[in-house]
Design a protein around this ligand. Structure first.
Ligand SMILES: [Zn+2]
Length: 135
């Protein structure tokens, strides 16, 4: 048993943002994209952490630990999966939030398609779309 397999969150830990281990495992099995960003799954045998929707083959349940975010996984000695890019989830959400804020502001400004901000808008939407495709 290496150092990573010994790391487990406290059993009675209360964290509203993170589901319990069974729900995390179910989300991994379902590759539930809605759960991306709410926790990461750490695989003790590979030292990798993934977001729930990762398309990689699933490890055995006993080799997985679930942590609230990538920072916690890195602190526990894991590194990010190169397939699902679990560290990009936060950036994706920021890009989408920026796009929504821009659209809401633009709806109140007639002629916004001729706005000098349009190039920025295109960039934001393009980033959000490529993030969504990358999944
Ligand atoms: Zn992954």
């Amino acid at each position: 048993m290496n150092q990573m397999t010994r790391f487990k969150p406290a059993p009675n830990r209360v964290d509203a943002a993170m589901p319990d281990d069974d729900a995390c495992w179910d989300a991994f099995l379902a590759r539930d994209r809605a759960m991306d960003g709410r926790f990461v799954g750490c695989v003790a045998t590979t030292g990798i952490y993934c977001k729930p929707s990762c398309a990689a083959r699933h490890p055995k349940r006993e080799n997985m630990a679930f942590l609230p975010d990538p920072a916690a996984a890195r602190a526990a000695g894991y590194r990010a999966c190169l397939r699902c890019h679990p560290d990009a989830v936060g950036r994706d959400r920021l890009a989408v939030a920026a796009a929504i804020a821009f659209i809401e502001a633009a709806e109140e400004a007639p002629g916004w398609t001729r706005s000098p901000l349009m190039p920025a808008m295109r960039r934001i939407i393009s980033t959000a779309c490529s993030s969504a495709r990358r999944g």
